[in-house]
Ligand binder design. Sequence first.
Ligand code: SF4
Length: 494
Amino acid sequence: MNALLVYPRFPDTYWSFRYALSFQGKRAAQPPLGLMTVAALLPASWNKRLIDTNVERLKESDLAWADIVLLSGMHVQHEHLLSIVRRCRIRGLRTVVGGPIASSLPAAELGADHIVIGEAEAIASDLVRDLEAGCARPVYEAIERPSLDRTPLPDFSLIRMNRYSTMTVQYSRGCPFNCEFCDIIEIYGRRPRMKPVVKVLAEFDQLYALGWRGPVFVVDDNFIGNKVRVRDLLAALAIWQREHRCPFRLITEASLNLSDDPDLLQAMKDAGFASVFLGIETPDASSLAAANKHQNTRRDLLDSIATIQSYGIEVMGGFILGFDTDREDVFDCLVEFIQKSAIPVAMVGLLQAMPGTQLHRRLTREGRILHAGGGNNTGCELNFVPRMNPHRLVEGYRSVLRRIYNCEAYYERVRDYLQRCQPRYRARINIANLRALMLSFLRQGVYGRARRSYWRFVVLAAIRYPRSFGAAMTMAVMGYHFQMMTEQIADTEI
Ligand code: SF4
């Protein structure tokens, strides 16, 4: 059996980092870890190819080679996924769709021959058996949430690593919290499941043996979902990094209660964690409480962020506008909060009611759902009727983006971040990084509209933070992406 695994394209969003990736000659931020894991679950006797359409074209010759096409993706990739399914249908090629999108969109809408709802480890053997026997069902739904003991080593031989800026590893799935808008807990559950430490180390060994050096994203829903068990992993990772001379700069996602635990923060620092993404959502305590985000209430948010930063860990923040309890001054409050937080990478989005979430169910009961939505929470699209006037909300959202990604405001946050975190990672002197530096000087320092702010920042970083200069220039390049995206969103018709 020739199995073609296809990953649909992401639209341009703040998360795509498209404008920043071009500096380094990279085509996408991260490879499709889910599909590489699915590939490892397929029989060794099958021939496998993987096409990530974020880094290469899906050619007719690829489809001609395949007996079956397996697709996976998130809600935000649905448009391109549907177009690939249509292409396959025209050729009479069988398709299987899985991944989070299969849980968030109705099977009929996906148009595939076979839909896999739930996690692949629980279903793969049944699906393979039925496909080989020619009697596969239209829908496979996992009843159990499988133990991650069963997750195989992802098959990295199917991708070209040099096309990506960051490699990925997964340690856990699920999150114990109960945020109303969250689809993660609906798909992966509220009881975190962890991979055995030895399996995670095997993934690190694999990346190292394949020659990867640099950033590795631990793509968990909440890395500290089980605060007890994660300490064993961190201790093992610290040893592994020391023995291998710290080849990986680690990034992950966690909840804000990380700041309550100095030992855990120290353990993350020792293991080489340089950045953590936190869902902060809003500085408004009443909106946090209404969204069931209680772990962010009863604390001073800015103090919690500063505590994490004091361990040299960069905080990236997710923020949401559009809660029912948002007041007219929410936009100004959010800008002020983000500026004070020293968070350069602030992902601000409009609230989306994702299908299957508690929020979606409530808004359905209240008759406020407009459509399924595109899953892109950094666009200007609303898929429900907000309490605030929608034009006011979208305009306010855009004004927040313009203000926080204004060059002066952005560089001010980066300076504060350098001051608080003092990042020590050194950019390796190689062709890719020198090219990125030259392109930054050219695009931002020569042709950029904000070249004065840019040069002021570069000179200040070189003089005041020479040991963090690599991190400073990485942030400058990221800023270019955010500024380009903000211009794009500002020009979007409402
Ligand atoms: S903390 Fe994050 S992953 Fe956990 S329920 Fe809330 S939004 Fe979801």
